[in-house]
Design a protein around this ligand. Sequence first.
Ligand SMILES: [Zn+2]
Ligand SMILES: [Zn+2]
Length: 358
Amino acid sequence: MPEYNIPKTQRAAIVEKEGSGVTVKNNHPVKSQDQLAPGECLVKLECSGACHTDLHAATGDWPLKASLPLIGGHEGVGVVVAIGKDTVRSPVKLGDRVGIKWLADSCLNCEHCRKGREQNCPEAKLSGFTVDGTFQEYVVSYVNHVTPIPDGFPSDAAASILCAGVTVYRAIKYSETQIGDWMVIPGAGGGLGHLAVQYARVRGLRVIAIDAGEAKRDLCLQLGAEKFVDFKESKDIVGEIKKATGGEGAHAAVVTSAASGGYTQAIDYLRPGGVLMAVGLPGEATLNASIFFTVFKSIKILGSYVGNRQDSMEAIDIAARGNVTVHFETKPLSALKDVYDGMAAGNIAGRIVLDYSK
Ligand SMILES: [Zn+2]
Ligand SMILES: [Zn+2]
């Protein structure tokens, strides 16, 4: 068994109060092995992705409130350096490289956990929201819920799969689509969207990407979308989608948008029996669907919330085998405040991964 020297303090990005902004401290305490409860593990992180949800948690604009002071982050990758004593049947051991996702832990025994909806467990712990997350060098996590990272899959390339990737992967997995079906992905050139295009292609779906501008058009087509609709230039988005799909409309749409318009529009461009997968988590927006056409067209509206342990392992496995690639940029932990400012202003392209060796 490897032995690890665990320091007493570390760098951590902390939000003291709602809206107070994030401060990087150098002297945040690290839990020692003795302080870990059974089932807990300490992970020395190499990096962490930054997700829009972290910004919601830091600003407090959600119907759910984060516990404060808060260390955000839920796309971390690192090495298990300690496991709480009396932990039984741990699926991971010291030295294993693992990922930390949004769902940090769940009871594994309630009805939701037993049915594979661990995200809905009443005892769910959420990384960077109800428990300290991955914007620190050492995070306490849970042996049953960390996601093993296959050898040879770089940590920074894996990071964003743990939230953005898992979220869109699960939505596509449960979209009730078959090989050769049409899937519409609004925001296809963005952080979640560009991963959704790739997972949809892995599943044998035909992708219609909606986004704006030449750069995003090129990216979406290069990733395998068959049709690109520029929402800023198109005069009839619904008409273009119907035309591309032989007049019937698409079989499914995975909508990650924060605005309600993207959801309402999907009811119009889906074919009868189509599935709307709602994935975005805007704090305020409501779904304003036509009841008449939802019924008349036998539309299914489903919500999909991150993913369970199995979804996460599948999403990671597909990416590790080279079928899905995250477009990301690395920055040091000290840049987190600027990253949040960029997210709030809406001018971050792709995903940001904070590299703790910097
Ligand atoms: Zn996230
Ligand atoms: Zn449970």
